[in-house]
Design a protein around this ligand. Sequence first.
Ligand code: SF4
Ligand code: ZN
Length: 310
Amino acid sequence: MEGKPVCSHCSGQAVYLDRESGTHLCSRHLKESVESRVLSRLMQEEPLPEIIGVAFSGGKDSTALLAALVVLKEKIPSRLIALTVDEGIGGYREETIRHAKDVCSRLNVEHRIITFPDLFGLSLDDFMKSSSRKACTICGILRRRALEVLAQQEGVRLLATGHNQDDHAQTTLMNAFSADIKKVFAGSGRTSQFARRIKPFASVSEREVTLYAILSDLFMDLPECPYAGDALRGEVRRLLNRFEQEHPGSMRNLAHAEEEIRSRLKNKVKLQPLENCKVCGWPGSGEICQVCTVLKEQKEYKNNSSTGQD
Ligand code: SF4
Ligand code: ZN
């Protein structure tokens, strides 16, 4: 009978197999491999700013990212600060916020929380009572702004998000399906004049990220958002997972191909300059920003419902 697989770098018991290269890794070498990829991403941003903000939802990706950055503390001169947005989603956010607070206190990282009611006067649950838009659309628009406000308040110039390689590959395929070239090029780095965004897990697979959180003893099985259910992303995710199973390395190649195209065309594609919103003054694309559009629609919907119109 075959014994348990052993790490390709030491005699430790393997916990992970990179199916593309056939490399087995023990917990120490898996963690080191993830950390070295995170570090090399960060080094592309040199000189690093005084503060690095981490968009910290409390989910497994941002928890693993925060843990990796804490391990790398001695190699990174910046101070870390975790930034959490509480959208106000009953039966889901309370538990994830509790977990987020617990992780920050265990890792000894400063933590700031901003809520939708603080900023927009309503929770996401309230918005959903008076809106015809999908929850994830409203949530995405408002959460992005909330994070930017928090980053600005805290003097954060570099904002790290927990997006992993699988997310990256899924987004690439979804953008290709929608043929929305602007989305491809308007991705990281352009959305705010305050904080540049980076994705330190861009070359780390979801499986590795999950294992990293588990091996750091910070994984928690949290409830799923009741509004979750982006049908297209779910389908693309299933499709890519099946493809990866049959052709290991596909996800990595797709994510790399997109980065390569983006970097080669970076200076050749002219993006529209940001304009200041006529209502709130925040930089965005178009005369009225998406946040002000959502807030205006919500008020109109409410007024129409109270006067009995459609
Ligand atoms: Fe927001 Fe949608 Fe994510 Fe829920 S699933 S937190 S509504 S983006
Ligand atoms: Zn605005």
